[in-house]
Design a protein around this ligand. Structure first.
Ligand code: IMP
Ligand code: MG
Length: 183
């Protein structure tokens, strides 16, 4: 009998990136980051909830001492396009002065989220700061932002799975797919 998750995957408009391709690319990204940060203690700032699976898989493949800070950031508030206003829950007493910092998110879309958070982190005076995203949409950005580590460049379509949601659903799909918007 097919599982419930298999049924949902069949309901996707199409699978964009399968689980094996995600795993292979995440391993390459981990290798690159490990090389670039050799000898350092890495402070990872991960934006929840979308990057949960990406961060969990990536960090387990990086052989360095890591401090993990998670931030809750949301700009969607339910739909399939950014509302343009970002809500961030900043933890108290966060101090990145002199640290080697890697900011991670699931997907770079309008650029609003990463640009705003990157500026905020830069203001704390880290020794080194870079951004990594699993996906980057090929589209015009509302705000310019650099992501030094990019897993895959994708077309400007709404995707779900591997942590990414539509209204809180589909995060647990092992692949990344394009949603049938009438589903
Ligand atoms: P930005 O601020 O517009 O760059 O949006 C980034 C945030 O929007 C990401 O952290 C995602 O959580 C969310 N997002 C953007 N595009 C998608 C998508 O296609 N599927 C699910 N979430 C998305
Ligand atoms: Mg997000």
């Amino acid at each position: 009998m097919p599982s419930i998750v298999t049924g949902i995957i069949q309901d996707l408009n199409r699978t964009l990136i399968d689980a094996a391709s995600i795993e292979a690319r995440v391993a390459e990204m981990a290798e690159e980051i490990e090389r670039d940060c050799a000898g350092e203690v890495l402070t990872v700032v991960a934006l929840m909830d979308g990057s949960l699976f990406f961060v969990a898989d990536l960090l387990r493949k990086i052989d360095l001492p890591i401090r993990l800070i998670t931030l809750s950031a949301s700009s969607y508030h339910g739909g399939t396009s950014s509302s343009g206003s970002l809500r961030v829950a900043w933890p108290e007493g966060m101090d990145l002065k002199g640290q080697t910092v890697l900011l991670l998110d699931d997907i770079l879309d309008t650029g609003l989220t990463l640009s705003e958070i990157r500026l905020h982190l830069e203001a704390q005076g880290p020794r080194w700061l870079r951004c990594g995203v699993l996906l980057s949409k090929k589209r015009e950005r509302a705000r310019e932002v650099v992501a030094e580590y990019v897993g895959f460049e994708i077309e400007d379509e709404f995707v779900v799975g591997y942590g990414m949601d539509f209204d809180g659903r589909f995060r647990n799909l092992p692949c990344i797919g394009v949603l049938k918007l009438d589903a």
